[in-house]
Design a protein around this ligand. Sequence first.
Ligand code: C2E
Ligand code: MG
Ligand code: MG
Length: 875
Amino acid sequence: MSSKPARPKPGAQAKGCLREWRKYSISAGFVLLWLIGLLVIYRDAEQMAANTETKIRKEMGIETRAMAAKLAGMLERTYLTVKTISLLPAVRAAASRNRGDAAEDVVDEGHFSGDDATIIQQLYNHIAADVEVSEIYLVYDGFAPEQGQVPFLMFDEVLLERISTAHTHAPTHDADVPEEYEAAEYAEYVRQLDHLRRHAPRLPDEAPQGIAAVTSALLRTCDNSQYTSLANGDQRDSHGLLLSVPIYDLSSKAFKGLVTAVLRANVLEAALLGWPRLPVTELDRAMLAQQRIDLQSPPAEYVLENRGTGDRIMDRRSTSLPRVLAEQERAAIHLAQDVRLPYSSAWRLHRYKSAADLDRAIAPIRREMWQRLGLLSMLLAALGLAVERVFAVQRRSTRTLTLMANYDALTGLPNRRLVAEHLANALSRAPTASSQYAVLMIDLDDFKEVNDSLGHQVGDRLLVEVAQRFVDSLRASDQLLQLHCEAEPLDVNSSMVGRLGGDEFLVLLPEQSGLAQVVGIAERLQASLREPIALDREQIYVHASIGIAVYPEHGSDGPLLLRSADAAMYLAKRQGRGQTVVFQQDLDEQSRQRLHLLTDLHSALALNQFTLHYQPELNLASGQIDCVEALIRWQHPTLGLIYPAHFIALLEQSGLVLEVGQWALESACRQLKSWQDNHSPIKHLCVNVSVKQLAQPGFAESLQDTIRNVGIAPEALTLELTESMLMQHPEANIHLLQSLRKTGVKVALDDFGTGYSSFSYLRQLPLDVLKIDRSFVIDTGTPQGLAICHTITALAQRLGLKVIAEGIESAEQFCNMHATGSDWMQGYLIARPLPAEQIDPFARGFDWHAFRVDNDLLEHSPEWLPWPHRAPSPS
Ligand code: C2E
Ligand code: MG
Ligand code: MG
């Protein structure tokens, strides 16, 4: 069989891919699950972030509106207070004259009455307590600061008192002197007077509604209500707004001056922060601390913008607002709200949240998302591992179960189930017309002997070795199915060696070109057993009987094909050891008969169907029939007398040989006893025994019992064991024979020359007699054959063995074997095996002289007379 390249099988690749995919499907499933989880968590987090942003935006909107309202309140209340003062009759009626210098007192100079001054002061106190307005000035038209004029500063006394308190309790900058700075402020009065004169020259009719107001840009004021210095203070704390409303003459209602409130920028900044004030002095800090104001709180996000002046007021601590306003940083949220005032729409409140701040607000959501993601990953990984473990265990147990179900545990070969399945699969794809499918049924010869004599462990090891040899010899050129390859699908185009059980093997051979190829493979298998198998110290020779059947000629399906191969194998067995037989139709009939015989054999002993015939053995020394060989016969009720060749093998295989052999032994011994008692010339008896009997535990003892019970001398009995059987396990059998000989019975090696025994074993085996097989006797017709018989006989006799020549059919053979020096002759020439009742008369009536005369033996060798026998001369 030529080895063929592996052919691509239809669908095999797809199945392979599917198997590969299945391997990763669990992991893939978990990755998918993880991705879905990831998506859900991400979307959830995004939704939450969006919700949070919306919420923040909403809250910011509410807060911004509230803040705008608060700022509007502050500015409006300041405006209302200043307006109220401007509408006081005293202020309106007062002379339109400014103070000549700072020393001029408001009351003392008679500008206002004391009561009027008190009213104005109370109004100031009222607004200053609410909005930290620093000062209120009255400036009349024509104000000329360049001439040293100063405005009417209304409340010097109060303010000075405050400053002195601040100084006493909390000096701010030790080395600094408070700075007064008036130039910008005075210039602004002049500007505002001019503006109001032009744009609001008369008291409106709807007054007090509709009275204008004017707001300055942020400027450095001369307000010293808070301590500042150029050296150490924050410039921003000296900046302020001048919020002014016009004064109209009481009688003419014409513009005549203005009332101004100085509102520091840091007051508005504090309002944006929600603090009562900004900490400028230590006293401020102490106050704020007392009110538990957190000076480290996050910066406010508001920017108060005056669109008229472009001024912006914001939390000075904020680093991001200036950047956002400079467009260096993106604001994630920007809200704008007008600060609604009755006199101005310039103010607008902005609120910005930088992207970084918003991210900070959303950061916990993202953190939570990562945590959930981590948790999910861990959970899925743990679950994945657990599932993978469960599947791995399942895969392992499935693999083990498959192995157990399909492979033979001992040899690792496919078992009966798998072989049958493979065969059925292969046959279902009808082999091509150009090729044949063959099966080889193999049964080891006499394997049971190995088990019986050497034990099952040795038997097992032998089977393993045989299996390996079969596999090796097939693998040499066939595409042989691997052992233990359960993961792969079986390729019907591969050969297969399987073990059916016991010592039975089956070989499946697809795509054979013809019978010759199949027989060639069978021969290769036989050849693989030629070398002995070394187990322990034993060298065991194994042979196999092989039956061949070919599809479809010998069977149209698997079971029929196997039956045919089985029948061929049994025929091979019957033909001797190590034979190969190809199935033929009539074999089927034979195997049926064999089955019938086997069935009948089971009851034959009980039905008393066995009988013994005896064949005489002529003692050449005495010329007497002094010994006979007991030969079993089966008197079959329908088939008639059956000879051992047809049933001994069946007895051996079925194990019936033990009972039947014992029966033959006992019957023959009783017969001998009867002859001896009747003074028959028959003094000795040869009985054939199977090695199976010999291997029975306690055989020697049971033999002794038999002899004793029957009452014959042990040395009158010779047990014959065939050479072929003994030589299967010579070492083990030597021990058995030794214990047998201790009983006193003699041992003969039967059919010598057919069992390949070496002469060295002949020396070691404890024997008494050698029976030269008929095939050698026939060969004595040739000089070489004769020489061999001479040598064997001489050697045997040197070893102290008696020699019996079997199967003497002719005078020539008689003479030849006589010439070699045989001690006894047995064969049809003397007599065929006879029933017991005939053999004794035959022995008594045997006339040596007449025998020779009748067979012309005298002519052949006249020197034979006188007897006794001469020692043969070595050839
Ligand atoms: P065996 O022990 O070698 O017995 C001699 C066989 O040769 C006998 O065959 C006998 O009839 C035959 N024979 C004797 N002289 C001639 C001759 O001149 N020409 C030819 N052609 N044959 C001759 P049988 O009786 O058919 O027995 C066959 C074998 O069966 C025996 O061979 C023996 O091995 C076995 N056998 C017979 N009886 C028993 C038995 O009770 N137990 C066992 N275990 N085996 C037995
Ligand atoms: Mg015999
Ligand atoms: Mg024989």
